[in-house]
Design a protein around this ligand. Structure first.
Ligand code: GLC
Length: 443
């Protein structure tokens, strides 16, 4: 099976699971701790690992037999982190406007990015980097009040007592050898305790739960281990039904996901880790419009970057984060601490609302000028301005029939010269919380 096929297979599994994920955890019991996450909107995902040495698929390259396991692990010798500057990383993340970051503490290849007492496979003991990447990074994030997330792969294709290894060969079947499986459980749960004690993550980002059931992973116990250490820790949805929020991956939802909390994870180019041949960079405009659309639909964006083996971040990714940050500086009022916008159909573009729903934000493409139309708004508009420069805009209401309850069409005049470089945000102050007409007109 190719990686693509395998991933779509996983995606099918994961989407099926995502739908069930919400069932085990009652949203009412976690609403308090989820508040910062809901307000945060933007996180930066970091896939740091030995796969950046050759620039090949993280873990999957040996699993799918594109490279031998021995050659894959040889990359340990080339992982230096010699220019690693966690203060620069955290500063860049702050500049992007992100309020949380999630870094790989261990991917499916089993190589820990910190000093694990449970195993020899870590970059402190087995690579020239000889350092724990996580601790100094979390320290720098915390100095800047950015929440710290730990990605942790439940799958560990390197561990001798883990069943899965290559795509067409497993070591054993967990169902038939619980003695061996228990050894692995003690190991991975030990690492989770260790990460909790060492770094106390604000958020846990599990991955790979599809290889085993909730019962096999002891997912409920894993949740308990985490929450007994830090009751307000947030857990992503890849824990066989015991996570707090849903994580669509790369594929953008078209209709609004029916979840309380969700986060789209997406790469800046086409790969999670650093691959020098991959130059398919998304532009700042593309990233910003994806971000606006996620927020408009009540979600977060977890934007992934892949640093090089020496610890530097590719220039293109630095540029995207800076441009995104500059846009957030101009327009962040319409993004952070807002709620999902009005349903599709009223306006042809993303929208958000202030928490009290008396301010409506409309997102339009930078090149747009002329008349912008809004349907079914049963409010008076007190004031319209352009975020970032404060330009005042006029509007008119068209087609209002005096005896009909159906609101008229609002046409906002957007002149040339007040637009943002990427996406312009119009701020509409309403007379009262937003009220929408959702009928079919006329009758
Ligand atoms: C998939 C892949 C993994 C990647 C992750 C990020 O689950 O297995 O390589 O780290 O997606 O969401």
């Amino acid at each position: 099976m190719t990686k693509r096929l395998l991933l779509s297979f996983c995606f099918f599994y994961c989407t099926t699971f995502y739908c069930n994920a919400q069932n085990k955890i009652d949203p009412k019991t976690i609403a308090g701790k989820m508040q910062w996450f809901q307000d945060a909107k933007l996180g930066i995902f970091i896939h740091a690992g030995i796969y950046s040495v050759n620039g090949i698929d993280e873990s999957w390259s040996f699993h799918n037999k594109k490279i031998s396991y021995a050659d894959y692990m040889k990359q340990l010798n080339g992982f230096t982190l010699k220019k690693y500057d966690p203060a620069f990383w955290a500063g860049l993340i702050k500049e992007s406007g992100a309020r949380y970051a999630v870094i790989t503490t261990k991917h499916h290849d089993g190589v820990a990015m910190y000093d694990t007492k449970m195993d020899n496979r870590d970059i402190v003991k087995a690579s020239p980097a000889k350092m724990d990447m996580i601790k100094p990074f979390f320290e720098e994030l915390r100095k800047r009040e950015i929440k710290c997330g730990a990605y942790f792969s439940l799958i560990d294709w390197s561990y001798p007592d883990y069943p899965g290894f290559l795509k067409d060969s497993s070591r054993y079947d967990a169902q038939n050898d619980y003695t061996r499986w228990n050894k692995f459980r003690a190991f991975f749960q030990g690492q989770i305790k260790e990460i909790g004690d060492k770094f106390n993550p604000d958020l846990w980002w599990f991955d790979g739960d599809w290889e085993h059931s909730a019962e096999e992973w002891e997912a409920e116990k894993v949740r308990h281990i985490i929450l007994s250490k830090n009751p307000s820790a947030i857990i992503n949805g890849r824990l066989q039904g015991y996570g707090d929020y849903t994580t669509p991956e790369q594929n953008f939802p078209v209709t609004r996901p029916p979840y309380n909390w969700w986060e789209l994870c997406m790469t800046v180019n086409d790969n999670w880790g650093y691959q020098q041949h991959d130059q398919n960079w998304k532009t700042p405009y593309e990233i910003i419009s994806i971000f606006a659309d996620a927020v408009s639909n009540g979600g977060n964006l977890l934007l992934d970057i892949g640093p090089k083996e020496d610890g530097t971040i590719p220039e293109e990714e630095i540029n995207v984060l800076k441009e995104l940050g500059a846009w957030n500086k101009r327009n962040g009022e319409a993004v952070f601490n807002t709620i999902a916008g009005i349903p599709q159909g009223h306006f042809y573009g993303p929208t958000t609302l202030s928490k009290d729903s008396t301010t409506l934000y409309l997102f339009v493409h930078a090149k747009t000028s002329g008349q912008i139309m809004l349907k079914g708004l049963d409010n008076k508009i007190d004031d319209i301005t352009v975020l970032g420069n404060g330009a005042k805009l006029t509007h008119k209401v068209v087609g209002k029939i005096s005896w009909s309850p159906v609101p008229g069409l609002v046409y906002i005049n957007l002149p040339e010269g007040v637009q943002d470089k990427y996406i312009t945000v119009l701020k509409l102050k309403l007379d009262k919380p937003v009220k929408l007409y959702r009928g079919q007109g006329g009758l």
